[in-house]
Design a protein around this ligand. Structure first.
Ligand code: ADP
Length: 425
């Protein structure tokens, strides 16, 4: 069947998160890592294209988004979803707003919504302000993010400098009244010329209201959670038949590797917890700048991958700052990403068939190095973090890509255990 919803995600973990939530409904979801190189054939009802454009220069980001849009349109998509992080990772220059605005022009959409809320993961929006748990985002650890430090919590103030048309709000009081009230509010804002509408959501039920009110919009934008109800709504509308089909679980060797380039607070806790029980190696960007990843590769070569070792660059904010001051923000990031990518390839060549990767940018670098371009999305380990199956160098492997703040403290152990459960089922 032709593709119904064409999704473009700004990073690789964000794309897996979205694909995982869409797949919860039982529909088959296809996830493409990077721009597909072949024309669309036999596409799934839900296609997700993962780009690496969250912090890319805007002209490069726009070129990739257009190419992804054209591919999805050829696949039959008439509705589109622009997916970014639930922590609205962006700066005054973009890339969330400019991409949305240019996609709107391309699609001919007069209005779109912005809803990065993900209540199950503690991301909520109230009166246009984004919260992580009980903290406004600008008071959360996201204020220290290496690439997109979030210094304001108000989404309208964050978005306005990124777009040329007016930004407005449909608040929780309106969303709580249901889909019709929300539709009315959106229409009212449209007559006032408001093209970009932040929509409040604090609970799962709000997501259903918003999805229902907006399901016929040619373009929706948000975090992954706002797209979650769409498969069910399409089934109800008769646009989709329940021809789900199960993802096959391949036979996998027991060898695993855990690679972490995320410096988010949750990842720091996960690395500390896992490092206490398994072999682990810390990458230092300053050392990488001097001598490259050889020492880490030598360490890995001596490991028994059945012990599921961990290699991490994950560090405290003051260490990250010191590395960035010495090397530059981009250079420090690149050195770490290149090293983790090289370690992933080495681990595969040593027989690893289970890969746990932490960090959005990190995941992009690792999947690119492994030459992975299509994933079959399977069960979730934590909300928004599924296991997927794919091929690298002609071999089936399991891969999970975790965005920085997702999962709980025991995530790395939980992930490996969840895969074993799935294999045993
Ligand atoms: P998250 O999902 O938490 O945002 P990402 O992988 O997207 O994680 O981003 C983290 C960025 O920080 C990456 O570019 C990574 O290479 C970089 N990085 C990781 N460790 C360090 C470090 N110790 N010093 C400087 N930069 C680092």
């Amino acid at each position: 069947m032709a593709t119904l919803l064409g999704c473009i995600a700004d990073d690789f973990t964000g794309a897996t998160d979205l694909a995982g939530l869409l797949a919860r409904s039982g529909v088959k979801v296809s996830l493409r890592m990077g721009l597909p190189t072949e024309p669309p054939v036999d596409t799934a009802a839900f296609e997700v294209i993962a780009l690496k454009c969250r912090t890319a220069p805007l002209d490069e980001a726009l070129a990739d988004v257009f190419a992804a849009y054209e591919w999805l349109k050829k696949a039959g998509a008439q509705r589109f979803f622009w997916k970014y992080c639930s922590t609205f990772d962006s700066t005054d220059k973009g890339n969330i707003g400019p991409i949305a605005e240019t996609l709107m022009t391309k699609i001919g959409a007069k209005q779109t919504i912005y809803c990065p809320a993900f209540p199950e993961n503690g991301r909520s929006i109230f009166m246009g302000n984004l919260f992580v748990g009980e903290q406004p985002i600008a008071e959360s650890p996201m204020k220290d993010h290496p690439l997109t430090p979030m210094k304001d919590s108000n989404l309208m103030r964050l978005l306005q400098p990124q777009v040329s048309k007016p930004v407005g709000l449909a608040n929780r009081l309106c969303v709580a009244k249901g889909p019709e009230a929300l539709q009315q509010r959106l229409d009212e804002l449209k007559t006032q010329g408001v093209a970009h509408v932040i929509v409040d959501a604090v609970a799962n039920e709000d997501l259903f209201t918003i999805s229902k009110a907006c399901q016929d919009m040619p373009l929706m934008t948000g975090g992954s959670a706002i797209a979650m109800p769409l498969p069910m709504l399409y089934l109800e509308q008769g646009l989709l038949s329940a021809d789900a089909g199960k993802t096959e679980i391949p036979h996998l060797a027991d060898k695993a590797i855990i690679l972490s380039g995320s410096c988010s607070a949750m990842t720091r806790a996960q690395v500390a917890a896992y490092g206490a029980t398994a072999p682990s190696y810390r990458l230092d960007p300053l050392e990488l700048a001097q001598n490259g990843p050889k020492a880490a590769l030598d360490w890995l070569a001596e490991q028994d991958l059945a012990d599921s070792p961990l290699v991490y660059a994950t560090a405290e904010p003051d260490q990250v700052k010191a590395a960035q001051e010495a090397l530059g923000v981009m250079k420090a990031g690149e050195l770490v990403e290149e090293a983790l990518a090289a370690l992933a390839v080495a681990a595969r060549d040593q027989g690893a068939e289970r890969f746990v990767i932490a960090g959005g940018e990190t995941s992009g670098a690792v999947t690119q190095a492994l030459g992975i371009n299509k994933l079959d999305v399977s069960v979730e380990i934590a909300p928004g973090v599924p296991w997927s199956f794919c091929e690298t160098a002609g071999k089936k492997v399991a891969l999970t890509l975790k965005s920085g703040n997702f999962g709980s403290e025991g995530f790395f152990t939980d992930a490996l255990a969840r895969l074993k459960e799935l294999e045993a089922a």
